[in-house]
Design a protein around this ligand. Structure first.
Ligand code: NAI
Length: 281
């Protein structure tokens, strides 16, 4: 039997982890507008259901899936169930993530383990589960949402920086293997996007989301604009989608002279420390 030709717009199926809010939610909305069927996968079930219900009400095809990406079995079961129902998977967005911030001496190992479990192993679990199906299909796109802090170090967020570097490394290593099999892999490395990420973060002694937010010297990108930039990068099959401009410039400086960047970070750390200890919130 000949394989059925897929309509490039109508028959696409996407799973978006962390799809219930922020960047994930905007990606779900943008994909739906392109005609895709979207699985809004999130640990926050009511929020995922709300996003899916709103999209369905607008006439789009969306479904909620309660999923903790730190569980390999749960992610595999979720992805397998989607493929069993729809017959294929076109996009796996490993987007769910959390922040752990503060000075390293104040961050306990449980917090380190949690951020590794969600930000790095969560991406590994999603990649592993979707890749099996994509290899069989000889098509598909794995999209791992890292951060500009996956390309160079940020200040006072060492666990976040570590996990995002791991995501970028894994994605780029896989990309060359996967290409031979018809599967695309992209790592997304944004700067600061206006979402609830910082406010749901876990911070060590004296740090607050508001304080951290105030210490950031750049404007925050609108979340829908960020989703549009990401999808444009995917259409061009970029290995890395790095934005906005300051993220690209900083990355360029870091590649030119890692020493210079680390020196600048050293000078900026006292300023960040002062701002991040916001005692009024
Ligand atoms: P957000 O906090 O708005 O959304 C994150 C979503 O992930 C939430 O819906 C949350 O419920 C879900 N989630 C958290 N833990 C989960 C788990 N164990 N299993 C399944 N879902 C889980 O944050 P935002 O900003 O949309 O973040 C999305 C991704 O973008 C994250 O990986 C983040 O690190 C990355 N990013 C965000 C930037 C920003 O400035 N907001 C900048 C660069 C990267």
């Amino acid at each position: 039997m000949q394989p059925q030709a897929m309509n490039p717009r109508q028959d696409k199926v996407a799973i978006v982890t962390g799809g219930a809010s922020g960047i994930g939610r905007s990606i779900c909305m943008a994909l739906c507008r392109q005609g895709a069927t979207v699985i809004v996968a999130d640990i926050d079930r009511p929020a995922a259901e709300l996003v899916a219900a709103n999209l369905t009400r607008e006439g789009y095809r969306a479904r909620a899936l309660e999923l903790d990406v730190s569980s390999a079995d749960a992610v595999a079961a979720g992805v397998d169930a989607v493929v069993a129902e729809f017959g294929h998977i076109d996009w796996m967005f490993n987007n769910a993530g959390i922040v752990v911030g503060g000075e390293v001496q104040d961050i306990d190992t449980r917090a380190w383990r949690r951020i590794v479990d969600v930000n790095f192993l969560g991406v590994v679990h999603g990649t592993h589960a979707a890749y099996q199906h994509m290899l069989r299909q000889r098509s598909g796109h794995i999209v791992n949402v890292a951060s500009m802090y996956g390309l160079f170090p940020g200040i006072l967020v060492a666990p976040y920086v570590a996990t995002k570097h791991a995501v970028v490394g894994m994605s780029l290593a896989l990309r060359s293997e996967a290409r031979r099999q018809g599967v695309r892999v992209t790592a997304v490395c944004p700067g600061f996007i206006r979402t609830g990420l910082l406010h749901s973060g876990q911070y060590s002694r004296g740090f607050t989301a508001k304080g951290l937010e105030q210490s950031i010297p750049f404007g925050f990108t609108d979340v829908d604009a960020a989703a549009a930039t990401i999808l444009r990068g995917l259409r061009r099959n970029r290995a890395l989608v790095v934005f906005p401009l300051y993220a690209r410039i900083t990355w360029w400086i870091y590649r030119l002279s890692p020493w210079l960047m680390i020196f600048i970070n050293r000078l900026a750390t006292p300023f960040y420390l002062k701002k991040a200890h916001d005692r009024h919130s």
